[in-house]
Design a protein around this ligand. Sequence first.
Ligand SMILES: Cc1cc2nc3c(=O)[nH]c(=O)nc-3n(C[C@H](O)[C@H](O)[C@H](O)COP(=O)(O)OP(=O)(O)OC[C@H]3O[C@@H](n4cnc5c(N)ncnc54)[C@H](O)[C@@H]3O)c2cc1C
Length: 451
Amino acid sequence: MATLVKAISGWGRYPLQTCELERPERYADLLSDADSLIARGQGRSYGDAALNENRRVLLTERVNRLLEFDIEKGVLRAEAGATLAEILEVIVPKGWFLPVTPGTKFVSLGGCVAADVHGKNHHNDGSFGDHVIAIELILADGSRVACSASENAELFWATVGGMGLTGIIGEVKLKLIPIQSSHMMVQHHAAANLEQLFQLLQNPAMDDRYTVAWIDSLATGKNLGRGIAMCGHHAAVDELPAGFGNALATKPERSRTMPFDLPGWALNTLSIGAFNALFYRREGNKQQPFLTGYDPYFYPLDAIGHWNRLYGKRGFVQYQCVIPDGVAFDGIRALLQELSGSRRPSFLAVLKRFGAQGRGLLSFPMAGYTLALDLPIRDEGLFALLNKLDEIVLRHGGRVYLAKDARLSADSFRAMYPRYGEWLKIKNAVDPQNRFSSSLARRLQIGEGTL
Ligand SMILES: Cc1cc2nc3c(=O)[nH]c(=O)nc-3n(C[C@H](O)[C@H](O)[C@H](O)COP(=O)(O)OP(=O)(O)OC[C@H]3O[C@@H](n4cnc5c(N)ncnc54)[C@H](O)[C@@H]3O)c2cc1C
C-alpha cells in the first residue's frame, strides 16, 4: 500500500516527528506489512502515543462504518475508526448516549479503548473499557481474535489501556446508556480554596453523575486551589420547561477555527490571570441549576477548531496525573504550589475525583484525584518543572496518563504502572517480535525484552 512520509504530532504539537503514513480504505486492509507499526485514530492524544518516528503509522480514519445499532437494547457495533461525533449524531436522537466520554468528541472508538479513556462520571461509572462488550483485535501475525471480559479476557484487559501495543483494534461493540433528552441539567459551586474544593467534591449531597472542577492555577496563598465544581446529569423530560418541543432534538453547534498560531507570549501570567478572575466570578455565580446542550457541557473546547494553536508554534504539554485517595489532598496541594511558584501559567487546570481502579493492566485511573494542566512550551525550563511534578506524583504513589504524555522517563513509568510485568507477558505472547511499537513505547521502553 502507498505510504506518505510526513512530519506529524499529537494534539499538543510536541514532539513533531517524521512518520510513514498508511491509510487503508477497507477493514480487510487494516494490517500493514511494515516491521514496526502503530494504529492512529484522530491523533487527539497529546504526545507521542500515536507517533512512530521513521516507521509506519496506520491511519484508521477511513475504517469507520457503524455496523449495527440495537435501538431497543442500546448496543452499538462499529469499526474502530468511527469517531464519537459520528456515533452521537446517530444515537442521541434515538434516546441513547455514550457511557463514558472524554472532553472532545473528535476521537475514535479505537483510541478510546486503547487509552481506556475516562469522563466526568468516572467516580460513578468507571472508564470506557468497563462498557465495552467485545472487540475484534488484529494481531501481529494477521489473525483476528474476539476479546471481551469473558473471552480471551487477559488479552482484552491488556488491550484496554494498552495504547495500541497489543494489536489493531478493528471493531468495538459498546453498551450505551439511555437518556430522555439531549440536554444537561448543570449546577456550579464555587470554592475559595483547595480545601473547600475537596470538600465539595467529596460531598454526596452536591455530587451528580458527572462532576468536574476547574481550578485557577495562578491563585496562591490562602486562595491556592480556588475553583468551581461543575456538576450535571442528563436532564429528564420532567426537568425541561413546558413547551420544550422534541427533547431529543439536537442543533448543530456553531464552531469557529483558530486561523493562525498565537504568538508564544500571548498566553502569559497576566492574560491568564485576567481570564481566570473573570471565569471564577462569572461561572461561580451560576449557583442555580441551568439547562444546556450536551455539546457545550461535554465538549466546550470543540467549539474552537484547532484551539491547540493558542499555545504557539512550539506547542504545549498536557500534564495529567492521579494521586490516590488518602494522600490526594496533600499531593495535589504540593503540585499546585510547585506550579504557582514556577510562575508558569496553566491555561487549563482541571481536578476530578476518580472511582475504583479499572481492570485494564496499563489503565490510568485509580481511586483518587486527577489533575490536568495545559502548559505551553517556551523553553527547556518547563521540562525541569515537569520532572519535579513527577517526583511529587511518585512520592504520593500516583501516576501520569500515557495518552497525554510526551516526556516521562522509562524508570518513572515502571514505578507508576506496577502491573506492567503482567502486561508484558501477554504482549510477548501475542507479539513476540514487538511489531506494534510507537515513539511513546520506545521512549518508555514498553514492550522491549523481559522484566
Ligand atoms: C480536548 C481534549 C480533551 C480530552 N479529554 C480527555 C478526557 O476527559 N479523558 C480522557 O481519558 N482523555 C481525554 N483526552 C485524550 C483522548 O481522549 C485520548 O488520547 C484518545 O486516545 C484519543 O483518541 P484518538 O482516536 O485521537 O487516538 P490517537 O491519539 O490517534 O491514539 C491514541 C492511542 O490509541 C491507539 N489507537 C488508536 N486507534 C487504535 C486502534 N484502532 N487500534 C489500536 N490502537 C489504537 C494509538 O496507537 C495510541 O496509542 C482528551 C483529548 C483532547 C484533545
